[in-house]
Ligand binder design. Structure first.
Ligand code: NAD
Length: 351
């Protein structure tokens, strides 16, 4: 039996797959290879006997069922999603399709599979639904999300993720599927598609392009290094309680403008630009519609119940990340070729 990871060619999913296959644990990656999925991110493990790839769209129920029959998962780690807020503003349909319909198909396939397992295998089977802290909506200057915080999503991305969380919990409560939901703050690290803030700013600054910052850059996010998120997902799968929710966050709240300035200062030391400090490229642009002001996560319950805590500080993680993008220009070039070239997305303005 194998661990099935959906979205294993994406940013976080590929980190999960590299970790599992690297430890010699049998892992099957189910991925449709959308613009955000790239098998180059798995080059380190693609030759491993522990790793298998299934080119499957989770919206295709038959294909999902067939993959489950072939691989008989001992656990499902569900990460496949449309994940970029700005794209969800431009084209919400794909988010409804993958995040809601795709999650429904997976839950149904998992339920069918689970009902045919023996008693021992049922006891250890888990369906870990990986979600975001954005489902909770926006915070003011103080406070932090906990597993009890009511949902109040604002973007098509967070609304469809919220809906998928509700589906996952309903399959636990109604059908007894051993579902665990995790909600995590913003991730950063190697292999993130360069449309997201940290890789976008790093690559733009490296190439002397302007650095667009929404509004005044005062929106606050809590940043978690991707390997720490992988620790959390695997801890939840191994030691989490079915029906429970676990929150992960980096305890590293930063205003967007401060994240951008930090990247600029790392670049100033790693790749000094004779034209001047990279901060000169910062340009404030019209804000994203419905832009949540602040997210913050209280992960103390996950620390108490799973023994999980982040291992990386923002300062070490961001330096490692910027260096990775500087050293992996080929990956950045390949994943963007013909697909995304750093243009502004999600600028539809309401009202
Ligand atoms: P990503 O966009 O980098 O990767 C998504 C992956 O899913 C890609 O490989 C893509 O090909 C695949 N995919 C998309 N639609 C699919 C479909 N219909 N069928 C099969 N595969 C499909 O996303 P990510 O940043 O790695 O996020 C992974 C998960 O973690 C998502 O569920 C996201 O909501 C959640 N999450 C992300 C963050 C973050 O900061 N990135 C934070 C918290 C939670």
């Amino acid at each position: 039996m194998s661990i099935v990871v959906t979205g294993g060619a994406g940013f976080i999913g590929s980190a999960v797959v590299r970790r599992l296959a690297g430890e010699g644990r049998s892992v099957v990656n189910l991925d449709a290879l959308t613009y955000a999925g790239n098998l180059e991110s798995l080059a380190a493990v693609s030759g491993s006997p522990a790793y298998a790839f299934e080119h499957v769209d989770i919206c295709d129920a038959d294909a999902v069922n067939e993959a489950f029959e072939r691989h008989r998962p001992s656990a499902v780690l569900h990460l496949a999603a449309e994940s970029h807020v700005d794209r969800s503003i431009d084209g919400p349909g794909a988010f409804v399709r993958t995040n809601l319909l795709g999650t429904f198909n997976l839950l149904q396939a998992a339920r069918r599979h689970y009902e045919h397992l023996g008693t021992k295998e049922r006891g250890s089977f888990r369906f870990v639904h990986v979600s975001t802290d954005e489902v909770f909506g926006s915070l003011g200057e103080t406070g932090a999300f906990t597993p009890e915080t009511p949902y109040q999503p604002h973007s098509p991305y967070s609304a469809t993720k919220a809906g998928s969380d509700h589906l996952a919990r309903a399959w636990h409560d109604t059908y007894g599927l051993p579902v665990i939901v995790t909600n995590c703050s913003n991730n950063y690290g190697p292999y993130q598609f360069p449309e997201k803030l940290i890789p976008l700013i790093t690559l733009s600054a490296q190439h002397g392009r302007r650095l667009p910052v929404y509004g005044k850059g005062s929106n606050v996010r809590d940043w978690l290094f991707v390997e720490d998120h992988v620790d959390g997902i695997l801890a939840a799968a191994a030691n989490g309680e079915p029906g429970e929710t676990y929150l992960f966050g980096g305890g590293a709240e930063r205003r967007n403008i401060d994240v951008v300035r930090t990247i600029c200062s790392v670049l100033d030391s790693e790749r000094p630009d004779p034209a001047g400090p990279h901060e000169r490229l910062i340009e404030f642009v019209k804000d994203r519609p419905g832009h949540d002001f602040r997210y913050a996560v209280d992960a103390s319950a996950s620390t108490a119940r799973l023994g999980w805590r982040p291992r990386h500080s923002f300062e070490t993680g961001i330096r490692e990340t910027v260096r990775w993008y500087l050293d992996n220009g080929d990956w950045c070039e390949h994943v963007q070729s013909g697909k995304y070239r750093g243009e502004r997305l999600g600028s539809v303005v309401t009202g």
